[in-house]
Design a protein around this ligand. Structure first.
Ligand code: MLT
Length: 280
């Protein structure tokens, strides 16, 4: 499906019925990274996935991208679909966008899943790597970006045993336009430190990370979870940065349990009273 949102064509899918769950993808991928979740969860929930501007089948205007703009696109897509509240799942860059969305529209959130993401801003070194990568994208194209990103996206187990995933991710990355890849890099480079926001996330929150994630290491992600009142923290074994694709069954079981707890009202205000995360 497609809709005209904020002046551009955005591609999305909307399947199933019930509690709306919105999935936001990572850099430099697209909504097809959520296929195992759509397949596994659409009989129980309304699952919305979107190709963020610059990705997949959405338009990739030349300039200028920001996390706030991705958040506005998401909000306007939900308005278009008549959805006033949802559970949000963001992986890596998808998580960065959810921090922007929460800052502006906290009442949109029934609950939050942060997967393989971090709250901190880029260090000066990370910012300079973004600029180098943007230059590489212009000069050498998306296939070189795929070469650079694949070892960061997949864990050692998948890199050794899952050539199907290597191929699938390469395809997603090379299908993107350079304007989208560079737009993401500049948007992520300017993101603020969201650490101060974490204590104000008084909604049911689940934090997930792959055991072999090098881009957002488990210790760092656990540290983030500990700042979110009442957050649950789960490590997915034998998975890297795209834990939802590397261990789809475990990922789905984990989020399914959480979605059901949210739906059944198992989370109460009391759960957000403490500042330290609980580990399950
Ligand atoms: C992602 O997977 O979205 C990226 O690793 C995020 C980043 O580069 O900071």
């Amino acid at each position: 499906m497609e809709a005209q949102i904020n002046g551009i064509n955005l591609a999305f899918s909307d399947e199933g019925q019930g509690q709306p769950i919105v999935f936001l993808h990572a850099f430099p991928l697209n909504r097809s990274m959520w296929e195992p979740q759509v397949k596994g969860l659409k009989s129980q929930f309304r699952i919305i996935t979107v190709d963020l501007r610059g990705h997949g089948k959405s338009e990739a205007p030349m300039w200028r991208y920001s996390l706030d703009q991705f958040a506005e696109d998401t909000k306007n897509l939900l308005d278009h679909l008549g959805i006033a509240k949802a559970v949000f799942v963001g992986l890596s860059m998808g998580g960065y966008i959810l921090f922007s969305l929460y800052r502006k529209y906290p009442s949109l959130f029934d609950a939050l899943v942060l997967a393989d993401t971090r709250a901190t801003a880029d260090t000066p070194e990370a910012k300079s790597t973004r600029f180098s990568m943007a230059q590489i994208a212009y000069k050498r194209g998306s296939s070189t970006i795929a070469d650079l990103m694949l070892p960061k996206l997949l864990g050692q187990t998948s890199l050794s045993h899952r050539q199907d995933l290597v191929k699938q991710l390469r395809h997603m990355i090379t299908a993107n336009q350079i304007s989208g890849i560079v737009g993401d890099l500049m948007a992520m480079e300017e993101r603020p430190d969201s650490t101060p926001l974490l204590r104000s996330l008084k909604i049911p929150t689940l934090v997930i990370v792959g055991e072999e994630d090098l881009a957002s290491p488990p210790e760092e992600v656990q540290g983030m979870a500990e700042h979110i009142p009442g957050a649950k923290f789960i490590i997915i074994p034998e998975a890297g940065h795209v834990s939802n694709l590397e261990q789809p069954e475990l990922f789905n079981q984990t989020v399914y349990k959480f979605f059901r707890e949210v739906e059944n009202g198992d989370w109460t205000e009391r759960d957000f009273g403490s500042d330290s995360g609980s580990l399950i």
